[in-house]
Every structure is written in C-alpha cells, then in structure tokens.
Design a protein around this ligand. Structure first.
Ligand code: SF4
Length: 96
C-alpha cells in the first residue's frame, strides 16, 4: 500500500495519499453516528474505529484509498487538516 509518490517534505493532497491518517486511532465522540460493526472498544474503554490487520481503519475503501463512510465520518476525521502539522508528521513517519 505504499505510494512512492508520498514525500513527507512535499505538500500532499488526499487524492494522492494512501490515507495515512486513517491508520491513526480514531476516538469516537458521542455525536458520531458510525455503524457499530466498524467500531470497537479498547481495553481502556475508549470507543474507536476498528482497524484491519495492516492498521488501516476498517472504513477505508481499499480500492480507492479513501473513506468509505465519508458523509458520516467521525468528528475527529472531519477535523484532521490536510497538510497540517499532524498530517505532515504522519507522512514523515510513514516514509522513514
Ligand atoms: S472513518 Fe473514514 S476518514 Fe476516518 S479514519 Fe476511517 S476511513 Fe479514515
């Protein structure tokens, strides 16, 4: 799933990224409305998006590497800023 075109130092766009932010832990908020089969609970009790064996959120559409529930994606995902500091840090870690 790696994309050699992804460079941590370059400006990125979701359309050319392998949805790297979708490997992060997504903590669900009370206002989120995500189908329960896509979620799980951590030992700590946090309600989160479930992840597959490779670490991607189970809601990722693997054929397009984008969100399969975009219209109802969690609040945390809506707040993630493309090319923001966290986005850059995630890409830098991924391309090490
Ligand atoms: S819910 Fe959608 S945007 Fe959020 S991590 Fe999962 S696939 Fe990515």
């Amino acid at each position: 799933m790696t994309n050699p075109g992804v460079k941590a130092t370059a400006s990125a766009h979701c359309s050319t990224c392998d949805a790297l932010c979708c490997r992060l832990t997504v903590v669900l908020q009370p206002e989120d409305n995500v189908p329960s089969h896509l979620t799980t609970y951590l030992d700590s009790g946090l309600h989160v998006m479930a992840r597959d064996q490779e670490g991607w959120c189970v809601a990722v559409d693997g054929s397009h590497m984008n969100c399969g529930i975009y219209e109802s994606r969690p609040t945390v995902c809506r707040r993630f800023v493309m090319n923001g500091p966290y986005c850059k840090a995630v890409r830098a870690e991924y391309t090490k």
